[in-house]
Design a protein around this ligand. Structure first.
Ligand code: FES
Length: 329
């Protein structure tokens, strides 16, 4: 028998109320394989503002993807995103590149914050790799706007640097660009070792780069509370350790192997959970959590919702180390 578990009603209401139709007003090639899109309200009205590091959830053909906003979030009259065309992704980026033209309508859900700046930081050290420059650019704009101390290290493959001119214009001599990996690694190590107390590190890029930067920072004694990172999506997440989910109402126990999501395991046991993006961005698969601690990996739940610990997104989130999760299903 197959049961379908819908998302929580309150979640549906939130998702519906945040949906908008926007119009593509500009498309620019930002670098090899990267295209920047400007989206605006049909009547040109000011859109809801957003904090640095926020993302926009975009209906891209049959897919629902999250893209970091790159423009200034104070009273914006448009939302700007830059999209890397992925040959082996879920097809959303190809749809954006190949199907969208100026004047087309796009369905979006309003910006969500999952990578905000720390208010108490005395300095922002921003490290970007490849398309990971997009949330970093938004952090840089805000730091510049509010006259915060900021420094940028940006590494990319030759010819693939997006938003380079804007970064140099905003950060001046505090921006350093690298197309050579060993030069980046050397400079990163020295930079991390030479920061004033109160500096917070923000990084976004390929998983390998993130892991290297985090390991270097930890090795130098950086506390976890001053390291902030954003990974690209479900594909960038590690396979995780095996764990167990107990379904308290049906009495079922479901083993979740490494590399298999809770959503996939539930489906494999005949339990269909409503879902859409399968990447932790749309909110559709949200299910309640009655016991255990989740390792939240989604971009949908707010920090407060994650702290409350009474719901999780089974398409990407797993159990915290050594935990069993219980869900009232
Ligand atoms: S299916 Fe979209 S958040 Fe899980």
């Amino acid at each position: 028998m197959t049961a379908t578990i819908p998302g929580a009603p309150v979640d549906d209401v939130r998702a519906r109320s945040s949906r908008r139709t926007l119009i593509v007003t500009d498309i620019v090639d930002a670098a090899t394989g990267i295209r920047s899109f400007t989206l605006a309200a049909p009547d040109g009205a000011v859109l809801p503002g957003f904090v640095p590091g926020s993302h926009l959830i975009v209906g891209a053909g049959d897919c629902t993807n999250a893209y970091s906003l790159t423009n200034d979030g104070v009273a914006p009259t448009s939302y700007q995103i830059s999209v890397l065309r992925l040959a082996d992704g879920n097809g959303g980026s190809r749809w954006m590149h190949d199907m969208l033209s100026v004047g087309d309508a796009v369905e979006v859900e309003l910006p969500r914050s999952a990578f905000p700046p720390a208010a108490r930081a005395t300095k922002h050290l921003l490290v970007a790799g490849g398309i990971g420059v997009t949330p970093i650019l938004s952090h840089l704009r805000a730091a510049t706007r509010w006259n915060r101390d900021v420094q940028v290290l940006y590494t990319f493959r030759p010819g693939c640097g997006a938003h380079v001119d804007e970064i140099i214009a905003l950060a001046g001599r505090e921006a350093e660009l690298f197309v050579d990996q060993s030069a980046f690694t050397e400079r990163l190590t020295a930079t991390l070792a030479d920061q004033p107390i109160g500096t917070h590190l923000y990084l976004c890029g390929p998983s390998g780069m993130i892991d290297h930067v985090v390991a270097t920072a930890r090795g130098q004694g950086w506390p976890e509370s001053r390291i902030h990172l954003e990974r690209f999506g479900a594909d960038a997440l590690d396979a995780g350790e095996p764990f167990t989910v107990r379904l308290t109402e049906s009495g079922l126990t479901v083993d979740i192997p490494s590399g298999t999501s809770v959503l996939e395991a539930l489906e494999g046991n005949g339990i269909a959970v409503a879902n859409r993006c399968r990447q932790g961005v749309c909110g559709e698969c949200r299910i309640p959590l009655s016991a255990g601690t989740a390792d939240h990996r989604d971009l949908y739940l707010s920090d407060d919702e994650k702290s409350a610990g009474d719901a999780f997104m089974p398409c990407v989130s797993r159990a915290a180390a050594g935990c069993t999760l219980e869900v009232p299903l």
